[in-house]
Design a protein around this ligand. Structure first.
Ligand code: ATP
Length: 135
């Protein structure tokens, strides 16, 4: 069964929409098989976003993602990577379709509520980072 790493980013936690994000995942038929809440340290945040290290927004992204508690979960199901990214909607919440998580809840590209791995390869790398006991 395919798995993906989902984060409810600090903006989602602050806005009290953990329950809605979880409900959408479960309603789709995906299964949450691990979950916890933690505040990321800068090293883990940089490792998670290593592909963006040279981007101008990197420092601000690390500051944002470490700025409060987030919820991390492993989500499993048929084509889980693609299925969750469809639930999340486009990276830019203004372009994200209404009915998606980002389309319903966000306006700014950085504070876009959730993260979902972009490939099965990234999913395994990210699960190892967030849930080393499951790798
Ligand atoms: P995620 O990896 O969080 O699921 P994504 O794959 O849709 O998002 P990426 O292009 O990998 O998007 O960007 C990772 C994250 O970096 C985005 O979710 C967003 O929080 C932030 N980000 C992307 N582009 C910008 C930008 N231009 N300015 C500020 N933050 C950005």
């Amino acid at each position: 069964m395919e798995r993906t790493l989902v984060l409810i980013k600090p903006d989602g936690v602050r806005r009290n929409i953990i329950g809605d994000v979880i409900a959408r995942i479960e309603r789709k038929g995906l299964k949450i098989t691990a979950m916890n809440m933690r505040t990321l340290d800068a090293d883990t945040a940089k490792a998670h976003y290593e592909e963006h290290a040279s981007r101008p927004f990197f420092e601000s992204l690390v500051e944002f993602i470490t700025g409060g508690p987030l919820v991390a979960m492993v989500v499993e199901g048929e084509r889980a990577v693609e299925a969750f990214r469809a639930l999340a909607g486009a990276t830019d919440p203004v372009a994200a379709a209404p009915g998606t998580i980002r389309g319903d809840y966000a306006l700014e590209v950085q504070q876009n509520i959730v993260h979902g791995s972009d490939s099965t390869y990234s999913a395994e790398r990210e699960i190892k980072l967030f849930f080393p006991e499951l790798a």
